[in-house]
Design a protein around this ligand. Structure first.
Ligand SMILES: [Zn+2]
Length: 143
């Protein structure tokens, strides 16, 4: 699954990348250009704009992820370091050049940013656990 988020969905785009999905964020494209770009690049267009042909999402990040999970998006229990949250570049594993005490991490091939499992990683896991349990509960209710 590859995504294209409209310019309003920067936070979601970041999270989809954290979950390992190839996700582009639109900047100045017009609505019609967005639809064309999604089609040519084979991306699912995510938007909050009802006038655009795509998947229309709720307001809050957590609700957006729950919504997408119900449409078949897998929410992993922890971040999958494949895509740079900042630029969507591919990440490669590294063992050196990291802060002291950190023995492995990832580097973005495009912008060079470094990532490792720090305290924010635990916060992300806690957030994902909340999303996953909501998906589980809500799909039980509707079954
Ligand atoms: Zn990057």
């Amino acid at each position: 699954m590859k995504f294209l988020c409209d310019a309003m969905l920067g936070k979601l785009a970041r999270w989809l990348r954290i979950l390992g999905y190839d996700t582009e964020l639109a900047s100045r494209e017009k609505d019609s250009e967005l639809m064309v770009r999604a089609r040519t690049e084979g991306r699912i267009l995510l938007t909050r704009d009802k006038s655009i042909q795509g998947i229309h999402l709720p307001d809050r990040l957590e609700d957006q992820l729950v919504f997408l999970a119900k449409l078949g998006l897998t929410i992993p229990p922890e971040p999958r370091p494949r895509r740079c949250p900042v630029c969507n570049g591919e990440l490669e594993p590294i063992q050196a050049g990291l802060p002291e005490g950190v023995d492995h991490g990832w580097k973005c091939r495009k912008c060079g940013k470094l990532y490792w499992e720090g305290s924010h990683w635990r916060r992300m896991k806690a957030f994902l656990a909340r999303v996953r349990s909501r998906v589980e509960n809500e799909s039980e209710e509707s079954a």
